[in-house]
Design a binder for this molecule. Structure first.
Ligand code: CTP
Ligand code: CA
Length: 222
């Protein structure tokens, strides 16, 4: 039944997605990461495959099975994720950036396990590449979909991100509404305005996002 719902709206289309957190090493046994279950990104990858797309899912470390019909490229840090996305991009019409990419990584990775010493330890961090902003700015950019999980002022932050990264479509949610959960409350933002969706399971929401995306693609001159 699930397979019927999306009715091959993305047949012949190649979609690259990112999902999950990134993991930025501190030393061989430690790192910093973001909280992300990967559920929304994996649900979207599955919905795209069910809609007939060729799907490449570049995924940070999560505990989820790879959906049927999806090629998964596992990565750790944001720089690995960026390289895997750029490698997967040729021929793709759509890029969906669901990953919770760490904005910063340790400036240096210790080659050996760090030993406990002083009371206070200061780690120097350096900014990671912004994968979505970079892909959206490519001369031959695919149709880019961004995500924004905010803890407050969702509309303002979401609209701001959409215009700053020049995205045709952005999916916003408040972290308290969906993080780690099976369902979520999301709002779609595009040139036509804001479209709040009723609270639903992540797989139902993924199908709604794919429907919206497919309708937008149908009107985009390619
Ligand atoms: N993103 C990305 N690479 C990064 C940071 C973010 O590709 N280094 C993508 C995310 O996957 C998401 C979108 O950009 O689709 C917005 O991410 P978010 O963290 O909400 O926004 P930032 O631009 O990083 O701004 P801030 O964290 O300051 O709110
Ligand atoms: Ca960020």
């Amino acid at each position: 039944l699930e397979g019927h719902f999306v009715a091959k709206r993305l047949a012949g289309c190649k979609v690259v997605l990112t999902a999950g957190p990134t993991f930025e090493a501190i030393d061989p046994v430690r790192g910093i990461t973001n909280i992300s279950s990967g559920k929304m990104g994996y649900a979207l990858a599955r919905a795209c495959a069910q809609a007939g797309a060729e799907v490449v899912l570049v995924s940070g470390p999560v505990a989820l099975p790879v959906p049927v019909g999806v090629r998964c490229v596992p990565v750790a840090g944001a720089r690995d994720m960026r390289a895997a996305v750029l490698a997967a991009l040729p021929g793709a019409q759509v890029f969906i950036s669901v990953a919770a990419v760490a904005d910063y990584r340790p400036l240096e990775v210790a080659p050996h396990k760090m030993k406990k010493k002083d009371d206070v330890l200061t780690l120097a961090l350096t900014q990671n590449p912004d994968i979505l902003a970079e892909v959206a700015a490519l001369p031959d950019a695919p149709f880019c979909v961004g995500f924004a999980a905010e803890s407050q002022d969702l509309d303002a932050y979401a609209e701001n991100k959409r215009s700053k990264k020049r995205l045709p479509l952005l999916v916003g949610n408040l972290v308290q509404d969906g993080m780690g959960a099976e369902d979520n409350l999301i709002v779609l933002y595009d040139d036509a305005g804001r479209h709040p969706l009723p609270r639903a399971s992540k797989s139902e929401l993924a199908r709604s996002v794919v429907e919206h995306l497919a309708s937008m693609l149908a009107t985009v001159v390619r």
